[in-house]
Ligand binder design. Sequence first.
Ligand code: AMP
Length: 442
Amino acid sequence: MTFDELGLSAPLLRAVKEKGYTEPSPIQVQAIPAVLSGRDIMAAAQTGTGKTAGFVLPILQLLSATAPSHPHRIRALIITPTRELAAQVADSVATYGKHLPLKSAVVFGGVKINPQITALRKGLDILIATPGRLLDLHQQGEVRFNELEILVLDEADRMLDMGFIHDIRRILKLLPARRQNLLFSATFANEIRQLTKTILHEPVEVEVSPPNTTAERVEQWVYPVDKKDKSAVLRQLVVEKDWQQVLVFSRTKHGANKLAQQLEKAGINAAAIHGNKSQAARTKALAGFKAGKIRVLVATDIAARGLDIAQLPQVVNFDLPNVPEDYVHRIGRTGRAGAAGKAYSLVSADEIKQLNDIQQVIQRHLPREYVDGFEPDHEVPPSAPLRKPQVHGRAGQQQHKRAAEGQHTSRGRGSEGHNRPQQRNRRPGRRSVRPSLGGNTR
Ligand code: AMP
């Protein structure tokens, strides 16, 4: 399949070619013709699948065929959960639309509102926005929705996780009833399905890979360690394995800051990225990381979502997320676009519940390995047996089917503890300390 065969216009084909894409990704093959035909879409797709071009390209084409917008009016609205994702989608709109005369802008909180108001004054073809700032701008009369033709909800599952459901419902009430709706979500849990029922009209269901298949193409390990040793273990791994670019996930902002400081102290260039950091600081940290100046980027789950960092060789979970699906998102940052990736989780005994929940979601037991010199005084308890996965719709059924066929479980099951030291190197008399991370949530 080529981009030409998808029915895209010459200016878009040119932009795609200049970007260096040779063929459309599977999500693009499915989504582009469906969006061009004017249908609503419900797409199960994670970051890294090429989903952004999957909706941006056909939207640009649809808008270029009709009349331009009036002052304060917008014709397409793309709502994203985070500022980073909004900025990245805006970049994509600018890149793919560079040979078209369409106008776009991005608005999000944490930065001055005045330039955003100026951008909206003459009207826009495409507005990319986070929910809160969009509502502010609407209240101030700076954006009006009566000419809206297309609505995109990007990473809808994350919007719900982040508590944006009320904002989304408020926004939906303001929109014209007749419009095309595109909804993208990494997972389709019940809550999302409820939302889709109220938004989408006879949607085309697009699904490139069922949820959680990321888990299959990323090699994963659990390193049981005592909580107090985690920072030292991470430093040792970075040095020993000579990691030059590693994304480390921290459950809390406080933990992310502390860890980045400890790494810096040890002479390893590191930066933390989370919701309390200013937009400028986040952009700077990301740029430094991409340029290879920052070796370790410590991120909270929300800050990491939507970061466009291509194919990281490895990611580390400094601690396990409370929401098991976040684990799948985290490890999805490595091994992208078919490349093999590696994910290491530093797990302490008190995280057994999170570990069990994760293993249940990915339907396999993760192999455990021990770091020499850091064998835990407090052993992580044995994993719970896996239960049959819950089935949610089509994606869930496929997942269920694969699990039944034993595809997920063949490698991980029974491998736990294969590298377990036979009580060697146990340091006598070491006592565990209370968890040092906590309190502060993302
Ligand atoms: P996304 O899933 O939209 O975040 O895209 C992930 C990455 O894939 C981005 O860096 C895109 O530039 C890249 N990408 C999107 N479409 C294609 C394609 N057809 N061929 C190669 N790379 C692509």
